[in-house]
Design a protein around this ligand. Structure first.
Ligand code: A2P
Length: 338
């Protein structure tokens, strides 16, 4: 059992779910600290019925902390985590900053849990939310038929942009209802009644940073640099849960019934796939997947444009399996093993 653990970014959208999961899943520890930015220092968090004071995430705050789960902006992870590691803390990091470092394992426990044991930098990364659900879906197909090429379009909820993203949507809906102009704090454009085809910053060949995560993180987690990925990431006016339209071209043909079987056997995946269910199709939808820890798959069909292609729809709570749940599962693996 860990003597002392810390939740860094405990006041944030993901951090608050990490707390909920540590409680619900009875994660074992003796003492726990709640860290956030200077702005939150002194605030109170109620955890397991007791009130705790939030501390500023200074390097000294990590003295004596054996394990930290960190959900902060990238720059905070860049600046703070090496100081935490120097003080003996092993960090599970949800930020994007360390993921592609060759000395930092990028872990989805259902796929490559054992990689978490080899963390020479003292940091274990949890993938980007949109990558996690993609690799959870592609892994069983890849194992069976070797994925050659993936085309993925994401429909990403505002909660993925943190508390400010959610506030932009709520304020935007209110503004539309009251006939006012929307003001935005988080997104580059109004998000209510809109779709924004840019998440992250512009990168090479016209792709965004979010889209390239879907390429590079997928290759790293699946351990196969030959997989080709063509990603499009779009922010949509959905409160929570990312959806993805995924097309996978494999070396070995996978029929729809075989794909259903493969998905159903993948731990953490739930198949909801009945388009013609007495007039009301069954398929995953973000509204209904919120608060769930699984990855949901439906609309499974053969790709009409390619002999060995499979198309499907995939929904996952980006704050849970896409972030907090995955990080807590890594912590549980370190604690209990497989
Ligand atoms: P705070 O609430 O004090 O700003 P979200 O993704 O919902 O915006 O949450 C981000 C989390 O990261 C929050 O808990 C936030 O704390 C925390 N955070 C932001 N900047 C820092 C920082 N410089 N040091 C430590 N934690 C930070």
């Amino acid at each position: 059992m860990y003597e002392s653990i810390a939740v860094v970014g405990a006041t944030g959208a993901v951090g608050s779910i990490v707390l909920e999961l540590l409680d619900k899943r009875n994660f074992p520890y003796k003492t726990i600290k709640f860290l956030a930015s200077k702005r939150s220092a002194g605030k109170t968090i109620i955890f397991k019925g007791q009130s705790h004071t939030v501390e500023e995430s200074t390097p000294e705050a990590f003295v004596g902390v054996q394990l930290a789960i960190a959900s902060t902006p990238d720059e905070t992870a860049r600046d703070l985590l090496p100081d935490a590691v120097k003080r003996g803390t092993l960090v599970i990091d949800e930020s994007g900053y360390w993921r592609m470092d060759p000395d930092v394992p990028l872990v989805v426990p259902e796929i490559n849990a054992a990689a978490a044991k080899n963390a020479p930098k003292g940091i274990i990364s949890s993938p980007n939310c949109s990558t996690t659900q993609l690799v959870m879906a592609v892994k069983p197909l890849h194992d069976y038929g070797k994925a050659k090429r993936i085309v993925v379009s994401t429909y990403q909820a505002v909660s993925g942009a943190g508390m400010l993203g959610t506030a932009d949507l709520e304020n935007g809906i209110r503004a539309i209802a009251e006939g006012r102009e929307q003001t935005v704090e988080c997104f580059p454009y109004p998000i209510a009644g809109n779709c924004i085809p840019q998440i992250g910053s512009p990168k090479e060949q016209g792709y965004t940073s979010e889209e390239l995560k879907l390429l590079y993180e997928t290759r790293k987690i699946l351990g196969d640099d030959s997989i080709k990925v063509c990603p499009t990431a779009v922010r949509v006016p959905v409160v929570n849960c990312h959806s993805e339209s995924i097309l996978v071209e494999t070396e070995r043909k996978i029929t729809v019934s075989k794909a259903r079987e493969l998905f159903a056997a993948m731990p953490g995946v739930v198949v909801q796939d009945d388009l013609d269910n007495r007039g009301q199709g069954q398929y995953p939808m973000p509204y209904f997947c919120s608060g769930r820890d699984e990855v949901f798959i439906g609309r499974i069909r053969e790709d009409l444009s390619c002999d060995t292609g499979l198309a499907f729809w995939c929904v996952c709570d980006n704050l849970r399996k896409g972030a907090a749940t995955n990080a807590v599962q890594i912590a549980e693996y370190l604690q209990y093993g497989a």
